[in-house]
Design a protein around this ligand. Structure first.
Ligand SMILES: *[C@@H]1O[C@H](CO)[C@@H](O)[C@H](O)[C@H]1NC(C)=O
Ligand SMILES: *[C@@H]1O[C@H](CO)[C@@H](O)[C@H](O)[C@H]1NC(C)=O
Ligand SMILES: *[C@@H]1O[C@H](CO)[C@@H](O)[C@H](O)[C@H]1NC(C)=O
Length: 353
């Protein structure tokens, strides 16, 4: 009695299994064929993949305490007439709490007048979603609690509640504006570090390269977390591209689509203009941006440093890398590494606060 019914059950199961497999295979073949066609007919669609600002969390940013954040202040800056960006300020625990009124009053009290020795970190997030994502909150909270610095993070144009549309140049302009604004309001008296994760690391690198001629605006240091060589290389090595990488046209078509869309997010080629300490952070189990990217950036950086030293140029540039092995930190969980801040304090952050 039981055997035939078990058989029937099994044959039903295997039919379903075969059907699902067939559907998946046909979807994959369709996607494989569609991808080159999309890239040829509509090359600028690649920008949606790069920026991924279509993915939103729908959060209300005005009340950071709803995210379990304490002493985080939300405000906005107008970068351009049509671009207003949203910022969160994680206040240093060394600064006394005072109720804020208007932006200017608040900053006079919290940033300018008090403890001008407290450094500032500006955190540039990666693509997709916004400043409220738990991994980004995790890193900003960690930086504030362990370093006792003031930490600022913002959404680029087109992300979170910031208005406008993202472009590579636009994102760098937003970053530049936040930096200039902080530099101005602190009269250039406080050390400013920049921290970029993933796509944000390229923005941090490009901003620092642009400012390196100006002695008064040099950064105290840059941290690049899970960085990439450039966006084309990043697309080629992303785990999802495994599905398409075998296609002989994948390399050329993505390159062309990125060029037409004015997206290059070069990181390696800007290293030669940096004039401050740089630290690379990368986990060896990162499959979004493989570890190899940081290894190559480190090699390039060491060569550049030696070259420029011998010419007595860009003497403040140093490069170090902190690797995380088998920690399960992947692309965005490095903030969980217990040795992270102690290791960074030995390399670039001030110890004596
Ligand atoms: C966010 O919350 C504030 C305070 O409760 C409210 O005034 C505002 O309308 C909300 N914004 C959105 C976009 O829902
Ligand atoms: C910073 O100050 C300079 C010089 O006063 C001014 O030109 C610039 O617009 C200011 N930038 C910001 C973002 O406040
Ligand atoms: C620093 O070294 C790099 C690599 O050799 C070089 O391309 C760059 O021009 C140098 N920078 C300066 C200011 O000489």
């Amino acid at each position: 009695m039981t055997e035939p019914s078990a058989n029937r059950c099994w044959s039903k199961f295997s039919t379903i299994f075969i059907k699902i497999t067939l559907i998946l295979v046909s979807l994959y073949i369709l996607a494989s064929l569609a991808l080159p066609i999309i890239l040829i007919v509509y090359p600028t669609s690649v920008k949606h993949v790069v920026f991924l600002n279509i993915l939103t969390s729908g959060a209300n940013f005005t009340q950071p305490e709803k995210f379990g954040l304490d002493r985080v202040f939300n405000f906005y800056l107008d970068v351009e007439p049509t671009v207003r960006i949203g910022i969160w300020h994680y206040r240093s625990p060394l600064v006394q709490d005072q109720p804020y009124t208007t932006d200017e009053d608040y900053f006079q009290k919290h940033i300018v007048s008090q403890r001008s020795t407290i450094p500032i970190i500006i955190y540039f997030h990666g693509n997709a979603f916004d400043r409220s994502i738990f991994t980004r909150r995790g890193m900003c909270q960690k930086l504030r609690s362990e370093l006792k610095y003031d930490v600022f993070t913002f959404d680029y144009r087109g992300y979170g509640d910031s208005t406008g549309e993202p472009t590579e140049e636009g994102l760098i302009r937003d970053a530049r504006y936040v930096y200039d604004w902080l530099h101005n309001i602190t009269n250039g008296q406080r050390k400013i570090y920049i921290w970029g994760q993933s796509l944000g690391s390229s923005i941090a690198c490009q901003l620092a390269a642009r400012l390196s001629d100006d002695e008064s605006k040099s950064f105290a240091g840059i941290v690049m977390e899970a960085p990439f060589i450039n966006i084309h290389q990043a697309l080629q090595t992303h785990y999802l591209s495994l599905l398409f990488r075998w296609q002989p046209w994948f390399y050329g078509l993505t390159e062309k689509a990125l060029r037409i869309s004015k997206l290059s997010f070069q990181t390696r080629s800007h290293l030669s203009n940096l004039n401050c300490p740089l630290v690379l952070l990368h986990a060896d189990d990162d499959y979004t941006i493989p570890y190899e990217h940081s290894k190559q950036l480190l090699q390039a950086g060491l060569t550049i440093r030696d070259d420029n030293r011998s010419k007595k140029k860009l003497l403040h540039f140093t490069i170090d890398m902190i690797s995380f092995h088998h920690g399960g930190y992947g692309h965005s969980l490095i903030y969980r590494a217990p040795n992270l801040i102690p290791a960074l304090k030995r390399i670039i952050f001030d110890e004596d606060l």
